[in-house]
Ligand binder design. Structure first.
Ligand SMILES: Nc1ncnc2c1ncn2[C@@H]1O[C@H](COP(=O)(O)OP(=O)(O)OP(=O)(O)O)[C@@H](O)[C@H]1O
Ligand SMILES: [Mg+2]
Length: 356
């Protein structure tokens, strides 16, 4: 299962596999199935698996799995999912590989998981170096007058952008230039630094659906030296990774904002994410706390999986005092202790800020 937000190249990877192993490929398309009546869709699925069973080896590709088999679906998708899982059951052997892609975790993973064939691969959002490389790759095909420093600057200011987003920004920059220099004889589409900056301002990374942009000035209800300190902790390792490496300074992984209710803790966290151009995931205690054994740990793990996908990213945990009281004081159930332990394990596993 290839997992990752929109525009990271999942379909591209499936296309490459399809080209490489042309004769072994069977594709299951949710769009084609749901365009048909239920009996017709079932027939199509059965035909696909008939072909699979007639071959020695096959690769089944399923793109946009979250639509084919959603976690919360209607009768039709439920029927299709059930049929698909029984068809997979009947043909699983050494000779069949199922490769699926999904851009959210809202898919019904029982189809794949129960059969111990699920290996999840999380595609990561491009980091600073990736973005620079991607921009340079796209620019080869375009007319531009950007210097290497300018490309680097664009990469720095496009945190959270996928391949598709970066490509869109450069296309928009071309359009802006074309409009600015519009005349009847020729159309200038040279990409300039100014145009890219303008295009960047208009574009939001498509994965940051939950991030909130808050205007500066409104946000920082704190003394300037405290603001500087916070920015230094969060932004320093991202902006100057080489300095942190050179002096062997381990970047901080967490900040505890401490204060009475209503003193802008949430606002400060959002402001940090906005100012440092980071993705922002906000979780409330009630989202994580679950009385059933193992469920809370699962929620914490899921939170960090999402954060890794969206890195660089701030995870904001509201009311952590309710979630994690002093160690050893949970009084019986031990849920809180298990949650704290899972948090500590997950935090140990996160890449250092400078690497993101
Ligand atoms: N590593 C890459 N190299 C070259 N092109 C890429 C790369 N990754 C993505 N692209 C291009 O970016 C665009 C978006 O990629 P793609 O459609 O594969 O994303 P996706 O992950 O399937 O998104 P969605 O979840 O919305 O379906 C495509 O035009 C694709 O060719
Ligand atoms: Mg796709």
């Amino acid at each position: 299962m290839l997992l990752g937000p929109s525009g990271l190249g999942k379909t591209l990877i499936l296309d490459i596999i399809a080209k490489e192993y042309d004769s072994l490929i069977e594709e299951i398309s949710w769009a084609s199935l749901y365009a048909k009546s239920l009996p017709e869709a079932k027939k199509e699925l059965r035909q696909i698996f008939q072909r699979v069973n007639n071959r020695d080896r096959s690769i089944i590709l399923i793109d946009d799995f979250q639509y084919l088999s959603p976690k919360v679906g209607d009768m039709e998708s439920h029927t299709i999912s059930k049929l698909l899982s029984s068809l997979i059951d009947n043909c699983i052997g050494n000779h069949v590989v199922v490769i699926a892609a999904a851009n959210s975790s809202d898919y019904d993973d029982t189809i794949l998981k129960g059969r111990s064939i699920l290996k999840e691969i999380n595609l990561k959002i491009p980091n600073l170096n990736d973005r620079e490389e991607i921009l340079n790759n796209i620019l080869v095909t375009k007319q531009h007058n950007l210097s290497a420093e300018e490309v680097k600057d664009i990469a720095v200011h496009s945190q959270g952008f996928s391949y598709r987003d970066l490509s869109d920004v450069l296309d928009d920059a071309e359009t802006i230039q074309a409009f600015r220099t519009q005349n009847h004889e020729n159309c200038d589409k040279t990409i300039t630094f100014y145009n890219v900056k303008k295009a960047l301002k208009l574009k939001k990374p498509s994965i940051v659906e939950s991030s909130m942009k808050i205007k500066e000035g409104v946000i920082w209800r704190m003394k300037p030296y405290k603001k500087e300190k916070l920015l230094e902790i969060v932004e320093g390792p991202l902006k100057y990774p080489e300095i942190y490496k050179q002096y062997d300074i381990p970047p901080s992984r967490g900040i505890l904002l401490y204060g009475p209710p209503g003193c802008s803790k949430t606002m400060i966290a959002k402001a940090l994410a906005t100012e440092c151009n980071l993705n922002f995931i906000s979780k409330n205690v009630s989202d994580i706390h679950n009385k059933y054994v193992g469920e809370s740990e699962k929620a914490v793990h899921g939170l960090f999986v999402m954060a890794r996908v969206k890195s660089p990213c701030i995870i904001f945990l509201d009311e952590i005092d309710a979630l994690a009281p002093g160690r050893g004081s949970s009084g019986g159930s031990g849920v809180e202790e298990r949650i704290v332990n899972t948090f500590l394990q997950e935090m140990d596993g996160i890449e250092e800020l400078g690497m993101c």
